[in-house]
Design a protein around this ligand. Structure first.
Ligand code: HMG
Ligand code: MG
Length: 299
């Protein structure tokens, strides 16, 4: 059991949120979003993604956004890369931390990156080699850890295998993603426990989408299990292009509210985060998915 009271929030809204929003925000607004988030006390803000612009047109302006953001001291701004080409684009603009991604289910991975799980991992090997030489930290994501839109159930053993492989290859942190938000607390706990038997808990993060409204309950179960890194997106933006009806990541405001209410620390100023979430919802022209922001900004 982890007795630490501190949780590091990995803010993924500018990447995971905006990659799936219908509204295409101009680069200047994305830059303003990240700059606002940099003033909330967050220490990790995933800024954008250097994937193929044909696959994710929403983030085609990755280079412009990364160049334009204020790099606040004490804050890291990782970016997603699917292959060496993405890594090179990220390095060109000075990214100091990257994230690679694969899945625990073959069918999802094929739709997401047009490759089998093993093929996608083969593409990371040169990325990890280069990153090690460049002193760039690499995070690894495993998607579909609690269910797949095509395959349905995903065996825990498959999650463990992929997470262990990413860690062995040199990912300093492995984020376990319930991509379509179908997990429930006992399953989330059992999955995390099985992975933590092979990868140190200190190197694990949890990443819940909130499609079925289970994300906070799942996070609580995983905190009880000992995880201390939680991914979330301000205003709960996003969805999944490969999963009908899937909604965004759990809202950062709601996670921070829960953690502070439990006497845990995040270093995040909830009022500023709520302000940013409300502002972002305005930019996207839609209601915020954060219950906390709705409650705090109700007239
Ligand atoms: P492909 O079409 O199989 O790749 O895509 P390719 O290598 O044959 O390249 C095709 C074209 O893309 C070529 O251009 C390449 O140059 C270009 P063309 O010759 O046709 O003009 N290309 C690139 N361009 C820019 N940057 C690059 C890049 N790589 C190739 N890095 C590929 C394979 C992986 C590129 C594609 O499938 C892809 O970009 N997929 C990304 C999908 C994605 O971003 N999904 C969302 C992120 S994952 C996620 O959200 C889950 C997560 O949140 C956790 C969770 O919730 O579970 C992390
Ligand atoms: Mg995600």
């Amino acid at each position: 059991m982890n007795s630490s009271n501190h949780v590091r929030i990995v803010e993924v809204g500018p990447r995971d949120g905006l990659q799936n929003e219908k509204a295409m925000l101009p680069a200047a607004i994305k830059i303003e979003l990240i700059d606002r988030l940099s003033d909330t006390g967050l220490t990790t803000i995933e800024a954008t993604s250097f994937v193929s612009p044909k696959w994710v047109p929403q983030l085609a302006d990755a280079a412009e956004v990364f160049r334009g953001i204020r790099k606040a001291p004490g804050v890291v701004y990782p970016v997603l890369v699917p292959n060496l080409q993405g890594y090179e684009r990220a390095r060109e603009v000075g990214a100091g931390e990257v994230a690679v991604f694969t899945a625990a289910s073959e069918a999802f991975n094929r739709k997401n990156v047009n490759a089998s799980i093993d093929e996608s991992i083969d593409r990371f090997v040169p990325v990890l080699e280069r990153a090690r030489a460049d002193g760039v930290a690499v995070r690894g994501y495993v998607s579909t850890v609690l269910g797949c839109p095509y395959q349905g159930e995903v065996p825990v053993a498959d999650v463990v295998r992929v997470a262990r492989r990413l860690h062995e290859l040199g990912c300093h942190e492995v984020s376990l993603g319930d991509t379509i938000g179908v997990g429930t607390p006992a399953k989330a706990r059992a999955m995390l426990r099985a992975v933590a038997a092979e990868v140190p808990m200190a190197a694990l993060a949890v990443h819940f989408h909130d499609t079925y409204g289970q994300a906070l309950a799942n996070i609580l179960a995983c905190l009880e299990e000992g995880v201390r890194v939680v991914d979330s997106a301000v205003s709960g933006t996003g969805g999944c292009p490969y999963a009908k009806g899937a909604t965004g990541n759990v809202a950062s405001e709601d996670v921070v509210y829960m953690l502070h209410g439990m006497g845990m620390t995040t270093g995040v100023d909830l009022d500023r985060l709520v302000e940013t979430g409300a502002w972002l919802a305005g930019q996207l022209g839609k209601a915020t998915a954060s219950r906390v922001t709705r409650a705090r900004t109700a007239a």
